[in-house]
Write a protein that binds this ligand. Structure first.
Ligand code: SAH
Ligand code: SF4
Ligand code: F3S
Length: 454
């Protein structure tokens, strides 16, 4: 079947892993001759890359799908694909629910999109959700940005947090080799990318599935070793990583971040709850005291480091007092940013079956109280930038003000300043900050550092 002049559309839900997968799948589709269409209604192939972390994420997918399934009755050659975590969780059940679907494919199958579509074009309805070893990929991703890029370092998750669907939908941990990670980064450096975010659901687990150990019994390849191995990739000016797990986070990693100039002083370390009993019920494997010690150590090495995290309110059995322990942790630490969520029972997870579920009212009341505190603390944290000169990597024009460009500080604060995007895109600019808000800054350019040509 010819694919010339055929258009595809992708909508991505969920986390950075899904965004990275979507970019690879877009690369595959373009390789097959498809052209991108912003508008799904003009596309011949629609791919929803889905998320099931909470019920509302999953429901959103069904409402998008419903609309396109209807369209398929008028345009029978429309190809409908559901990829990602809802696909993995629901599998064939999704075909029963939406019979118009052509392809249901789990996240581990992203790199196989071409083969799977060939089977669809040969007339099959395809479900690909079996556990597979993820093959190193050969297609060029079609990346959304020309300045910043994601690089997977470890897929999957071997933890069993009692609220979480990720291990069910993303499979067991699989680390890429240090050589493969470095090769991808070198290619990105050559293409002019300035910032790379290394990705893993539990990035501290990197390497534990790779062969080899040091004489002291340490894994031969830890995430810290990986940072030392890749930090000097030419052209790449900044390195970030996510997500860290307090259970495995080490001082050695903190030291590496302090030592390596390209590694940004920003740490995303979800704590989920500030109460030890709840942490235990969640099977997180650390106490709030240990979490505080990690943050203290980071601040000892890098006093200005930005700290962000995720937290859940209304976990089964959470008392008012236990919730207040979360508030207290947030108040004491002062996060630069915190992603908060009300607990959502997920199919196939232990906590969903417990009887001590809280009411929606209690959950949303606690979420509001926590969010209020998060805003107050983030605004406090932003104060320290006032009058300071920060290095900003320019990514885009400010969509709300065309005379301004926007980018991020090393600490990951979104920053706006006057300038021409055509001149500044991809440049590191010294910006004097003269306006601060809870989650963003405004300033004026002082000096543009020409990135070293490669
Ligand atoms: N691997 C990361 C998080 C992945 S999921 C970690 O271990 O921290 C992203 C965030 O979604 C989690 O940190 C958690 O805060 C939230 N989350 C996960 N499952 C949830 C659920 N059932 N209800 C509400 N929030 C949830
Ligand atoms: Fe989910 Fe826990 Fe794994 Fe994070 S570490 S992805 S919260 S199971
Ligand atoms: Fe969602 Fe899957 Fe990521 S469930 S948060 S897209 S791993």
């Amino acid at each position: 079947m010819t694919t010339s002049n055929r258009r595809y559309h992708i909508t991505t839900f969920g986390c950075q892993m899904n965004k990275a997968d979507s970019e690879r799948m877009a690369g595959i589709l373009e390789d097959m001759g498809f052209e991108f269409s912003e508008d799904p209604n003009n596309a011949d192939l629609i791919l929803y890359n889905t998320c099931t972390i909470r019920d509302n994420a999953e429901q959103k997918v069904y409402s998008y799908l419903g609309r396109q399934a209807k369209r398929k009755h008028e345009q029978p050659d429309l190809t409908l694909v559901v990829a990602g975590c809802v696909a993995q969780q629901e599998g064939e059940a999704l075909l029963r629910r939406v019979p118009e679907l052509d392809l249901v494919m789990g996240p581990q199958h992203a790199n196989r999109l071409k083969d799977l579509l060939e089977s669809v074009f040969a007339g099959n309805q395809v479900v690909a959700t079996e556990a597979v070893h993820i093959m190193e990929d050969i297609t060029q991703a079609r990346r959304d940005s020309t300045v910043t890029a994601w690089v997977n370092v470890i897929y999957g998750c071997n933890e069993r947090c009692t609220y979480c669907v990720v291990p069910n939908v993303r499979g067991v941990e699989q680390s890429r080799t240090p050589e493969a990670v470095r090769a991808e980064m070198e290619e990105l450096g050559r293409l002019g990318y300035k910032e790379i975010t290394l990705l893993g659901q539990n990035i501290d687990a990197y390497g534990r599935d790779l062969p080899g150990a040091t004489p002291e019994g340490r894994h031969l390849h830890t995430f810290t070793d990986l940072l030392y191995y890749v930090h000097d990739v030419p052209g790449v000016e900044r390195i970030r990583f996510a997500t860290s797990h307090p259970r495995y986070f080490t001082e050695r990693l903190i030291k590496a971040c302090a030592e390596l100039p390209k590694v940004c002083e920003h740490f995303h370390i979800p704590f989920q709850s500030g109460d030890n009993q709840l942490l235990k019920a969640m099977a997180r494997g650390y106490t709030q005291e240990k979490y505080r010690r990690i943050i203290d150590t980071i601040r000892r090495y890098m006093p200005d480091a930005s700290i962000s995290a995720d937290a859940i309110v209304g976990f089964p059995g959470e008392t008012e007092e236990q919730f207040e322990n979360t508030l207290k942790l947030v108040d004491d630490i002062g996060f630069d940013q915190l992603n908060t969520a009300a607990y959502s029972p997920r199919p196939g997870t232990p906590a969903a079956l417990w009887e001590n579920q809280l009411s929606e009212e209690t959950k949303s009341d606690r979420l509001q109280r926590l969010n209020h505190l998060v805003n107050v603390k983030a605004a406090e944290r932003s104060q320290r930038y006032m009058g300071r000169i920060e290095e900003v990597l320019v990514e885009e024009q400010n969509p709300k003000d065309q005379t301004q460009v926007m980018g991020r500080t090393r600490g990951n604060r979104l920053t706006f300043f006057k300038g021409d995007i055509n001149e500044l895109k991809g440049q590191l600019v010294k910006v004097k900050i003269n306006e601060v808000r809870a989650f963003s800054l405004t300033g004026e350019a002082i000096e543009v550092r020409q990135a070293i040509p490669v």
